[in-house]
Design a protein around this ligand. Structure first.
Ligand SMILES: Cc1cc2nc3c(=O)[nH]c(=O)nc-3n(C[C@H](O)[C@H](O)[C@H](O)COP(=O)(O)OP(=O)(O)OC[C@H]3O[C@@H](n4cnc5c(N)ncnc54)[C@H](O)[C@@H]3O)c2cc1C
Length: 509
């Protein structure tokens, strides 16, 4: 996966790898916004916990997002009122508003240098047919009590037919914010470990035993801040949400939109903001995991150039998030059966504020305190299952699973070109074949270790991606992203001599 502008911009900061057994009261797994913000709040009550991260801090979705910290989450409020009711929609808004102000206070108090700037968030359309949708959203704002302005058509750039503006939101560098949190945790003596992948999470008496780098961590409580929870525990999170990928492009541009973050509800939805004068960050081109269309992506990038009269993008990267079918995230204790296993996910690409909401809620539960949002975000709720889209997409996942068992196979032709990946059958089994630019051949078993879907090749990032639940693997099979907890097994090949994979398989069988 390509590094984001934020990840490239900052000096490397390393944390050690876990190399011994450990015992803690609470183990936080995942050092993105959810994990580190939870650690920040928890550290104010106890130091009997640690954070482990499979990769590096912020290298999940958090360090790759577009940095808008806002209560304006697309056209969400009209949907929340319809699906959950007025009080619930209002509570969601209040949780986000409190989160925005908490983030601003943390930045102030810890003196985090993360380019935080107050900006107006503008939701807009250039389609006549979508004006009514914006008007409905405005009505939802009025009903809930969100202070906003409905803007009439504007012809100068950025142009729109109608727009909805909420003042005084925030934009920041999410990775710098995470580095600020981790500095603070260092100073408090909180243990953070990188390159420490949690696998085999098992019950151990009333607590948990987690296997990490061939060691065990024993913990009373687990916070799975891993974006896709490490345990489902009959909460059916995988059926109540779906992984969705978006792309971000950084480009030099004539226009400057320094006072606003923009979010277009036109198809395809896109978002824009300046990070410097004349440097534009464009987000969009959303698609389900494992169905990347390279030409479609190129078209989207070209359309950005035309609209914004900008240069060919300097950096393009992608990231994924879990989208919840009922628009509300899943935060808190997993289920009655697993009360001391906490999750936070389904932020639907609005995790900058939702991670803060989650951190405060989970800390309250850990410290047996009240939190008024507990019921709203309860992970075990079944409402997402009642949504028509949930039924449709789960059917699609089932179809993907079945289809994936019969992929478009290229036989065992050895004409695999450098940087090409293809699915082959050898002795009746499916394998993923990839040749790197040094001409080395890689052959991996592409059955996803999570639930057995067959991964497909991502021609943009050169990864094997699972179409069912979003796990991603490097071309050599190593794991990039869960929910899978183990890599794809690589068939050792005689790469230098370009030996026929057919023979290799026979040798290994
Ligand atoms: C393209 C894109 C743009 C976005 N832009 C915005 C935006 O402008 N504003 C906004 O509010 N939201 C935005 N979001 C959403 C937001 O970035 C996410 O919701 C948020 O970052 C999720 O944070 P997290 O900590 O829960 O997950 P992550 O940041 O993914 O962190 C999870 C961490 O857990 C680690 N992990 C996973 N499995 C294991 C394991 N087994 N053992 C140890 N560690 C593990 C991972 O390596 C990772 O570092 C965007 C999302 C996308 C995809």
């Amino acid at each position: 996966m390509k590094d984001s502008y934020w990840l490239r911009k900052h000096k490397e900061k390393y944390y050690p790898q876990l190399k011994e057994d450990a015992k803690v009261h609470t183990l936080i797994i995942g050092a993105g916004l959810t994990g580190l913000t939870t650690a920040y709040y928890l550290s104010q009550a106890t130091d009997d916990f640690m954070v482990i991260e499979a990769d590096r801090i912020g290298y999940g979705t958090s360090g790759r997002n577009s940095g808008k910290v806002t209560v304006q989450h697309g056209c969400i409020y009209q949907k929340l009122i319809k699906k959950h009711g007025f009080d619930e929609a209002k509570a969601y808004y209040e949780a986000q508003k409190e989160a925005l102000e908490s983030i601003a206070s943390i930045i102030d108090e810890l003196h985090i240098s993360c380019s935080a700037i107050r900006k107006d968030a503008v939701l807009y359309t250039n389609e006549e047919t979508l004006i009514a949708k914006l008007q409905d959203e405005y009505q939802a704002y009025l009903d809930i009590g969100i202070s906003a302005e409905f803007l009439e058509a504007q012809s100068s750039e950025p142009s729109w037919k109608a727009a909805l503006c909420i003042k005084d939101q925030l934009s920041y560098d999410p990775f710098a914010y995470l580095l600020g949190l981790s500095d603070y945790l260092d100073q408090r003596g909180i243990r953070i470990y990188e390159h420490s992948f949690a696998c085999e999470v098992e019950k151990d008496g009333s607590g948990w035993r987690v296997s990490v780098n061939n060691h065990y961590i024993y913990a009373q409580n687990i916070v799975s801040a891993t974006m896709t929870p490490l345990l489902d525990g009959f909460s059916f999170i995988y059926a109540k949400s779906y992984p969705s990928v978006s792309h971000i492009a950084l480009t030099e541009c004539e226009h400057s939109i320094s006072q606003q973050t923009l979010y277009s509800i036109d198809d395809p939805m896109s978002s824009y903001q300046d990070i410097n004068t004349h440097t534009l960050l464009c987000g969009g081109y959303e698609h389900p995991c494992a169905v990347i269309d390279k030409e479609g992506l190129d078209e989207w990038l070209c359309s950005l150039q035309k609209t914004w009269k900008c240069e060919t993008p300097r950096i393009v990267w992608d990231a994924q998030d879990l989208v919840s079918f009922d628009q509300l995230p899943f935060i808190g204790s997993l289920s009655k059966r697993y009360p001391n296993f906490y999750i936070a996910c389904g932020f639907s690409k609005w995790g900058n504020t939702n991670a803060n909401v989650a951190a405060k809620l989970i800390c309250a539960e850990l410290l047996l305190q009240e939190n008024r949002y507990q019921k709203l975000f309860q992970p075990s709720r079944m409402k997402p299952m009642l949504q028509a889209k949930c039924f449709r997409m789960n059917m699609q996942t089932a179809v993907n699973f079945i289809k994936s068992q019969f992929p478009n196979v290229s036989g065992y032709e050895l004409s695999c070109q450098p940087k090409e990946g293809k699915v082959v059958t050898i002795s009746g089994k499916l394998y993923g074949m990839y040749r790197d630019d040094c001409n080395e051949l890689y052959l991996v078993d592409i059955r996803c270790p999570h639930l057995g879907c067959i991964c497909s090749f991502n021609a943009v990032d050169h990864t094997w991606d699972c179409p069912c639940h979003g796990s991603r693997f490097s071309f050599d099979g190593s794991i990039i992203k869960g929910p899978a907890q183990s890599p794809l097994s690589e068939i050792e090949s005689d790469r230098e001599n370009h030996v026929d994979p057919h023979e290799i398989i026979h040798k290994t069988e």
